[in-house]
Design a protein around this ligand. Structure first.
Ligand code: DOR
Ligand code: ZN
Length: 434
């Protein structure tokens, strides 16, 4: 039976225009896109999805999440992570390889894909490790990993400290058409630090991580991209200096792309004043000036993609003294409303925001999706931009609850998420904002 999504405002992520158009979905694909009011039902029976007053977007794509499986299933599983993803409006997630064991070989990549298939929720794209064990010394088998289904390479959680290895990785990755996603951190500069190094770290007596720990490596990777002519994608940009370096690299025409997260766009280091470990992330939340610079970089196209860096941790790793707690926060269910609030504040246009969560990540990773087109898979997210609610613990579908956004007033929510023509998430009448 065909499905008719009607009366919504459809986002064309190529032109950046919203149009009053309906979608007809037949099986797994978009059969037709037609102007509102021009479709007549005929004799056939149809499933009707009413999107009146809502946005109809290509399924959101998050190219940076941690699903913790294999190895740390008490924090998250592929199933729970995917459930949080679809509830947050994401139809696809790319998962980082810092699992136990790390995704540095074919069997782990295949296991992740099998578990994703079993979960039957979001599409899962494995990112494989650049180096064996993510130890930074011996390169992984890129060809094997690609054949098994990996779509990118990263040692995320750790940098590739050895510049010679990074150079080789960039050169080999191009051969296999796998994007290298770089976690930029100079470990000698960040050593011992637990928050941003600045006025607040001095005041509350916590050891700091200077912005330079990130920027030195952003600069190195840009130099290596220039040396090799190979693309590099900079993960979780948090500082004004990094934005400036990437801006200059792009001005030179280098194949550098970058991402940031809703938390670097929203929070600064003052969130740490109460020693709230849910605000402990790596790289750390920085100053208000950094937040403003990252916002500007996003609006001006220096930063291409918005990701969550969804990093679940249990209370065992978080309910500790600040310096002993793990870094990371969950983000799959708070990303969309936080980005919509940036739009409301005038930081960037709605169409730009949508592009950075759809077509931009699809292009960086070279995967399908990100655009609603006749004949393409019916991955669709319907967003109710007017829904107002307080982000609360009982909404969280992730196994972990480590987020500093609990209790925050939110506006906008995923109303319905469809993957390959199948509705995998629908907001219930009892849900907040309904
Ligand atoms: O805060 C972080 N958490 N930063 C990382 O780079 C890794 C991540 C994790 O895996 O928990
Ligand atoms: Zn990460």
């Amino acid at each position: 039976m065909a499905t008719w999504i009607r009366n919504g405002r459809l986002a064309d992520t190529i032109t950046g225009v919203f149009e009053e158009k309906d979608l007809i979905i037949e099986g797994k694909r978009i059969e037709k896109i037609i102007p509102r009011g021009q479709f007549s039902e005929g004799g056939e029976s149809l499933d009707i999805i009413e999107a009146d007053g809502m946005l109809v977007l290509p399924g959101l794509i998050d190219m940076h999440v941690h699903l913790r499986e294999p190895g740390e299933e008490y924090k998250e599983t592929i199933q729970t992570g995917c459930l949080a993803a679809v509830a947050g409006g994401f139809t696809a997630v790319a998962c980082m390889p810092n699992t136990i064991p790390p995704n540095d070989c074919r069997s782990v990549t295949e296991f992740i894909l099998e578990q994703a298939m079993r979960a039957g929720l979001a599409r899962v794209y494995p990112i494989a490790a650049i180096t064996m064990g993510r130890k930074g010394t011996v390169m992984a088998e890129f060809g094997d990993l690609k054949a098994a289904g990996a779509v990118g390479l990263s040692d995320d959680g750790s940098p590739v400290a050895d510049s010679g290895i990074m150079r080789c990785a960039l050169e080999y990755s191009r051969y296999y058409d796998l994007k290298v996603i770089s976690h930029c951190e100079d470990l000698r500069l960040s050593e011992g630090g637990v928050m941003h190094e600045g006025e607040i770290s001095t005041r509350i007596g916590l050891p700091g991580i200077p912005s330079a720990a990130e920027e030195v490596m952003v600069h190195r990777d840009i130099c290596l991209s220039e040396l090799t002519g190979c693309p590099v994608h900079i993960a979780h940009v948090s500082s004004a200096g990094s934005v400036e370096l990437i801006r200059r690299a792009k001005d030179k025409g280098l194949p550098v792309t970058a991402e940031t997260t809703p938390h670097y766009l929203t929070l600064d280091h003052s969130s740490v004043i109460g020693y709230d470990t849910s605000a402990k992330v790596n790289p750390p939340l920085r100053t208000r000036e950094d937040v403003e610079a990252v916002r500007k970089g996003l609006a001006e196209g220096v930063i291409d993609v918005i990701v969550t860096d969804h990093a679940p941790h249990s209370s065992l790793e978080k309910e500790l003294e600040f310096d002993k707690a793990a870094s990371g926060m969950i983000g799959l269910q708070s990303a969309l409303p936080l980005v919509l609030s940036l739009v409301d504040e005038g930081c960037l246009s709605l169409s730009r925001a949508v592009q950075k969560m759809t077509i931009a990540p699809a292009r960086v990773l070279g995967v399908e999706g990100g655009h609603l087109r006749e004949g393409s898979p019916a991955d669709v997210t319907i967003v109710d931009t007017d829904a107002r609610y307080v982000f609360s613990r009982d909404m969280i579908l992730s196994k972990s609850r480590n987020t500093p956004f609990l209790g925050r007033e939110m506006k906008g929510i995923a109303h319905l998420t469809m993957i390959g023509g199948r509705v995998v998430w629908q907001r219930k009448a009892s849900h907040p904002g309904s």
